[in-house]
Design a protein around this ligand. Sequence first.
Ligand code: GLN
Length: 307
Amino acid sequence: MDYQKILDEIYAEIKPELTRGKVADYIPALAEVPQEQFAMSLTLADGSFYSVGDSKQKFSIQSISKVFTFTLALDIYSKDLYKRVGVEPSGNPFNSLVQLEYEHGKPRNPFINAGAITVTDTLVSHYGSEEKTIQGIMDFLCLISANEELYFDPIVAASEMEHGDRNLALARLMRSFGNFENDVHETVLTYSKHCAITMNTEELSRAMLFLAFGGTDPITGKIITSPSRAKRINAVMLTCGHYDASGEFAFNVGLPGKSGVGGGIVATIPNKMSLSVWSPGLNKYGNSHAGTIALEKFTTKTELSIF
Ligand code: GLN
């Protein structure tokens, strides 16, 4: 298949969509990102990759980082992790507090904010401090992307903390139900820092490759996680990766995927490739507007949805 031609076509077709959607502004540092940008990359098992648009432009990966922290925590805690967080779609916005109250402080899944903050809490317990946890997450990300040059943006992390009342409230609510182990501020700071990691679509599609290939990086041969865990992480991406638009994403795109409010989306096509797309304008669910449409076009043109 001529992937470059398909990506070029998508880029040409997507241009009118770049003015639609709205850049996230509840984290002020993200509001400064110019909206009309677009990039898309895919990586194949032999290491070849294809890109279009601003694919070298770094952006804030935000909730895409939740895929990596979930993978790490699952490897550390195995099934015990599910005592703290479920695997059921929430049908609610990513930062909702309501469900958490009537479900006694156990978040529905690891990709809504409450669930991801819980996962971060388990990592802080494991590593022992905020600094060591961030180091552990960065080391893992460097391993899976075969790239030593990854960082988080301290300005974005600080901006999120300054406006982080909802996340702090979620953490405090979980603490009130006994589902929290560490200092609330330290844990939410750790969470904000891993959300503030900056990567481009080339790097992200490379980092997701192990999840398209049953947990083993097909380029280096390294086992990153077990086939069973890779299967489950993909399942949670499919059912929960786009919050209350997860059903729509499965319906229109048909791939396990995970979005972030920085405008990035990652997706896997099992045993074929991993993909990443970025465009900062978001739809009303907080998922990239043009990015979602680009992925829909990709699976339509290639007939490579999982269904
Ligand atoms: N860091 C963001 C937050 O906690 C992540 C949200 C997202 O990307 N959906 O609000």
